[in-house]
Design a protein around this ligand. Sequence first.
Ligand SMILES: Cc1cc2nc3c(=O)[nH]c(=O)nc-3n(C[C@H](O)[C@H](O)[C@H](O)COP(=O)(O)OP(=O)(O)OC[C@H]3O[C@@H](n4cnc5c(N)ncnc54)[C@H](O)[C@@H]3O)c2cc1C
Length: 734
Amino acid sequence: MTEEQRQLAEIARAFLSAAPGPRATLESGYSADTWDRAVEEQGWTALCIPEEHDGFGFGMAELGLCFEELGRHLTGIPLLGSSLATFAVLECGTDVQKGDWLPSLAAGLRATVALDGAISAARNGDAWVLSGAKLRVADLAGTDVVIVVTDEGLFWVPTGLVTPQPVDGLDPTRPLANILLSNVRIPEAGRMDRAGFERFQARAWTVLAFEQVGLADAALDQAVDYAKVRQQFGKPIGSFQAVKHMCADMLLQVESARSAAYAAAEAIDSNDPGLLDACRAARIYCTDAAMHCGGQNIQVHGGIGFTWEHDAHFFFKRARANQALLGEPRAHRETLSASVLAGAAPLPEFDISSDDEAFREEVRGWLEDNLTGEFAELRGRGWAGDMDGAVEGRRAWEKRLGEGRWTGLTWPVELGGRGATLAQEVIFLEEYTRANAPGRVGHIGEGLLGPTIIAFGTDEQKKRFLPPILDGSELWCQGYSEPGAGSDLANVQCRAEMEDGRWKVNGQKVWTSLAEISEWCFSLCRTSMFERDAPKKHRGISCLLIPMDQPGVSIVPIEQITGGSEFAEVWFDNAETAAENVVGDIDGGWRVAMGTLSFERGASTLAQQLSFANELGQVLTAAKRTGAAQDPVVRQQLAQAWLGLRIMRLNALRTLNGHHDGTLSREALITKLYWANWHRDLGELALDVLGPEALTEKGPLERLFLWTRCDTIYAGTNEIQRNIIGERGLGLPR
Ligand SMILES: Cc1cc2nc3c(=O)[nH]c(=O)nc-3n(C[C@H](O)[C@H](O)[C@H](O)COP(=O)(O)OP(=O)(O)OC[C@H]3O[C@@H](n4cnc5c(N)ncnc54)[C@H](O)[C@@H]3O)c2cc1C
């Protein structure tokens, strides 16, 4: 959002907060006063009308923000009907029609669009005769004009010529009416062509998507507020994980829906060639999110949520009504699946400066020149399920990357890095994936230990340890987990004691990735005595750097469900390391460990969508080959996978553009949970599209299916992620 948009959203929120809510609509219908002010003071009807037609010339993003607030407050005003009429004229009207009608619409002429139902339109001389019925027209009461959609075009019909029949709807806060037309004569000048109808629909889906975001967010706020104060079993219910995790999942959906809606508006405003898919994706995701959040809000409230007296049902009903209003998501998924299967629905790119474009070219060129000879065979090796494959070749490749100065890109120049921006790092990782370059064996040193030393290490440690990470000569593994310390990492029992000026380490680590090929392990060890008292267990831990090649270290590979052995048990039996090999303070390793974990959720996750896109491409190819792509259920799943990946991408772009003050934004907090779930679902789909071939598939799709089971475990399990989102993102009690 630009600053101007942020202000507009704030003003819209303040305006609607003070306006009558949904209960007032039940009692006395829409608020004429609020509508007049929305038109005259806020200028909402003129927002996206071009200046030449007396509008403000803003775009869908600005109007969308008003709809988001409308969804949040469920204010009774006919903004939907009025906006639909404006979209119809904008997209389907001739220049003359725009000149005639848009200024009146900008000034608040009441109008709506009748979509559903059958009306025949027959030419009669220089006019058209319309007959039939349109059903479930939104915001009809009080209009001057209803735009009637037929196969022959869209007709500008004065409302006085139709017979309205108000109908009771599922959502009592947005009135609907059927209309009957009997031989209504409309001059040719009142007919608009259908050519722009798809774009009209795209706009309509988009504003409703924004409205769904607003009401999903309001439902989340209600649920969280209640979970903080409602006590059961002597505690706030928000401290129970079942409730906290419901709220965390709602937050994930709200933020992802927001990304989808913003991107749809942006696609329309920039006339993006993929705008129909972008708007469909928003329509589907935001609808699902609103339904989910509306429903879960009722669940969090228990019995009171099921009462008429509580407002929770208004959000739930509006979410479902909106789902039915402009085509069910399953129909949109079916259409989207055709684009996805035809390869016509790419992932969104992100804006890069011309400098970065030059950087991208440099990366591309270097990879082309260097992924040759012995390294050409490494293309595609070392990724999901093959992490321990072709290790020797990949070690040599690390050194080649180091020679090219492609390691430690964002590290400061004085420490041997390039001082590159986060965006450049993402570009590098994207091009790396695009070139199908080998999975990195040096990623733990470069991505975790290096940044940890830069943040917490001494100058001597920086001099000793950073250069061999950069040149690929020393590999690192991470010795955090132990049999009794997984999610509860502070429970580590591995001990280090100072003897004769050196640390002696004893204990066991487990699930240590790449331990067998690493020269060094950074390890959390107990170095103090007060550790065993539970309240103090985060104290007395230190982060030690331990050389692996010594008699006191034994490594026992563990076979994984894929058949590979990417991780191992590591036993320290009087293993030694120098006194100065402690990162951060002695006994102050918890702070260091938390720093390392935050790097684990950093830039690499922003760029991984491209490798996910490659995997989705393999699944699509398999679906076409086996015929599963003909199955309507599978097509729904393929479309869902594509739009899930698209939204992951959009979330990442928002994270990139977001806070740079070290705090985690809401969209950054959901990253791990989002991608882990998406990837696991893709793994399942990978075998689903194979049908009976799944029994004997021993290739990449089986590896994907099996490997993705660990995504929801390592780097913080899904459950721990939900705890973090609930507590840090939503402020729910521990
Ligand atoms: C492929 C892979 C590679 C790995 N690589 C490394 C590595 O290089 N270095 C390293 O140190 N570790 C590594 N790990 C270990 C990983 O960090 C742990 O597996 C993870 O932290 C979970 O710990 P655990 O396995 O002991 O499971 P547990 O913590 O025992 O969890 C078991 C189940 O209980 C749930 N649970 C636990 N506590 C809570 C709670 N408070 N609330 C709700 N649910 C809870 C978990 O979510 C999970 O479902 C790796 C793991 C995998 C799968």
